[in-house]
Write a protein that binds this ligand. Structure first.
Ligand SMILES: NC(=O)c1ccc[n+]([C@@H]2O[C@H](COP(=O)([O-])OP(=O)(O)OC[C@H]3O[C@@H](n4cnc5c(N)ncnc54)[C@H](O)[C@@H]3O)[C@@H](O)[C@H]2O)c1
Length: 339
């Protein structure tokens, strides 16, 4: 008797070596799904850190990785047999998007997303889950719903808003896309340019934390496992196609309070260096997550203190592992690979 053709269940994660992408990979593998990852290890931070993010995944038989640049590589073969794409590759960072840095944001956020959507459409991918950002909102004065005005304060925010517009355009052509607006994500593997990472490193004896302004700016700081939980559930949720959804903590916390908390968790105050407030830095980001709760029953479950304690533990563990040579490192350094 003929065996029925298996459903296409393979997941593709772009930006798989990054902070959120690698955490998602580990979750998908733990849930028993085969996963293909793609990343070109852009030089936004050390390749060694990105390689380390995949230490567990590359040992897993369900994981294969391609080291390809999505801005130039042929994407259709990459999507062969892929059911769902999690698009986390991108050029993050508000400050680096000013000046000549904008070229990277245009290429890695806008162009790459457009190329990927074309390829998803051509290959019949079932759903594309897209990483957008709270930066699309701009200045707000309270908890923000998805239909609030979109007035980004930075070229980065503009580039992410462009990806949402692309989602609408390709949605009209039949692509099932769900853009998720992430609010400042933290936790183990957080990017080295991000505030919590720098605070923890400062408290552990690294360079002083550059506090930009007086620390009164408030953010919906969101733990990475909660974000990954939302991403995984959205991938299979009915009724969300084409919907934009906030993924964030419902509490907005002043940055200065986090400095105190990090000091307490590390057992040493965070040394601080004071700087001017940079352009494009909003006073507030504050997620209203009612839509996501109503659609999929998601609410963030990790409190700031618990999440930060996990991040501090990660920093302590990786500081003692600074030497390169994590298992499988050669695989990641050698162009496109499949494990
Ligand atoms: N971290 C946050 O707080 C946050 C908040 C809002 C939105 N986001 C978005 O979520 C996504 C993931 O963020 P992150 O913090 O994990 O960033 P990250 O820099 O750690 O990960 C992004 C990964 O994408 C890869 N990449 C970039 N361009 C590529 C290309 N052309 N081809 C292949 N790989 C490429 C990079 O090498 C990197 O490993 C990004 O799109 C970011 O804009 C993040």
């Amino acid at each position: 008797m003929m065996q029925p053709k298996p459903d296409r269940v393979t997941y593709l994660v772009t930006g798989c070596a990054g902070f959120i992408g690698s955490t998602l990979i580990d979750r998908l593998l733990a849930n028993g799904h085969p996963v293909v990852g793609v990343d070109c290890l852009t030089p936004t931070y050390q390749a060694m850190i990105k390689e380390r993010n995949l230490t567990d995944a590359i040992e897993h038989p369900g994981f294969s990785m391609r080291r390809d640049d999505l801005a130039v590589s042929d994407l259709e073969p990459l999507l062969d047999g892929v059911d769902t794409v999690f698009h986390l590759a991108g050029q993050p960072g508000v400050q680096t998007s000013w000046g000549s840095g904008f070229a990277n944001h245009l290429e890695r956020n806008v162009l790459v997303t457009q190329r990927l959507m074309e390829a998803c459409l051509a290959t019949g991918v079932r759903r594309l889950v897209l990483a957008s950002s709270s930066s699309v909102y701009g200045a707000v004065d309270g908890a923000t719903m998805e239909d609030a005005p979109l007035r980004p304060l930075s070229p980065y925010g503009l580039s992410k808003l462009s990806t949402e517009h692309l989602a609408s355009l390709y949605g009209v052509r039949g692509l099932d896309v769900v853009p998720l607006r992430f609010f400042t994500v933290y936790g183990p593997r957080q990017r080295p340019d991000m505030a919590f990472h720098r605070m923890v490193e400062a408290a552990l004896g690294g360079p002083a934390f550059p506090l930009r302004g007086d620390g009164s700016q408030r953010r919906s700081f969101t733990f990475v496992d909660d974000v990954v939980d939302a991403v995984v559930r959205v991938a299979v949720a009915p009724g969300v196609s084409g919907m934009v959804l906030n993924v964030g903590s419902s509490t907005a916390t002043p940055l200065i309070d986090v400095l105190d908390l990090v000091g307490r968790l590390v057992g040493r105050p965070v040394p601080v260096e004071y700087h001017e407030r940079p352009p494009g830095d909003p006073d507030l980001t504050h997620a209203c997550v009612d839509r996501l709760r109503d659609m999929i029953g998601w609410v963030p479950t990790t409190g700031l203190e618990d999440g930060l304690a996990e991040q501090v533990a990660h920093h302590r563990a990786t500081r003692s592992l600074r030497a390169p040579g994590a298992p499988g490192r050669d695989l990641l350094l050698s162009g496109s690979v499949t494990t």
